[in-house]
Write a protein that binds this ligand. Sequence first.
Ligand code: NAP
Length: 280
Amino acid sequence: MIIDGKKIAEELREELKKKIIEFKATYKSVPGLTVILIGEDPASKIYVKNKEKYAKDVGINSEVIKYPDSVDEKTVLDKISNLNKDKKISGILVQLPLPKHINKKKIIDAILPNKDVDGFHPVNVGNLSSGYESKVPCTPLGCYLLLRKVEKDLKGKHAVILGRSNLNGKPMAQLLLKENCTVTITHSKTKDLKNECKRADIIIAAVGQPKLVKGDWVKKGAIVIDVGINKTANGLEGDVDFKEVSKVAKAITPVPGGVGPMTIACLLSNTIECFKTANS
Ligand code: NAP
């Protein structure tokens, strides 16, 4: 089974649209999302454009604030401070990566946790790892929703996560622990990655290595979620060898059209959650 992330993301956006219509009637207002984009990174520009497009489509008030590469840290921090106080803004996102002279941690820490649509603020990270309510990073949240589409009961399943980034691997592990999975987190120093993968009921690959996960790494009937987006001479490729692995897996996400569309849909969902928190 191929997990159609595009379709599932579309369904999620339809649900969000309905929620926003309800908000309009109840609160006479709609969620607002501000994205700060610094510099000219082509990939970041495309991501931000898509975020803005889909936010508008579902009825979120979306604005993009653009700064040149040379902007100083204080200007960005002052802007975040103003956005934190602005009641019309439910969610704030600063597009990463940032120029070297801007301290990523300072920027993330400056965003009010309740407006942190990316779920990167230490308060949200701490709440997630303590099992409390929190804003959850969009990509792992998207993976989790895709997983739930094919497996309702994750209890006791052995999930092997490839990659330990703050963006993907670590929050993914927390989400799956919350669902009572047995979780193995692997990384570039893991000794026998193939054998770790072979024991998995669920594989989440988030390493940024094209086609790393081969067919003979995967147990028959496993579910495979491919987070990787790698630009190669053959076009976009995931971290999983789709052709080989799709022959043994019970379900697998394609690249593109798997996790990617869910990431943006989850950003919109997080913005709505922030709006709800602000109005509760
Ligand atoms: P990252 O910060 O570079 O982290 C990569 C992780 O993979 C690290 O923990 C690294 O280990 C591990 N790793 C690298 N090579 C490995 C290998 N050969 N074997 C085992 N582990 C290995 O990457 P990221 O930001 O998490 O992104 C991962 C991938 O997801 C990228 O392709 C990125 O483009 C993609 N991505 C997709 C979406 C989406 O919406 N679909 C969103 C975000 C990212 P160490 O910690 O030991 O270095």
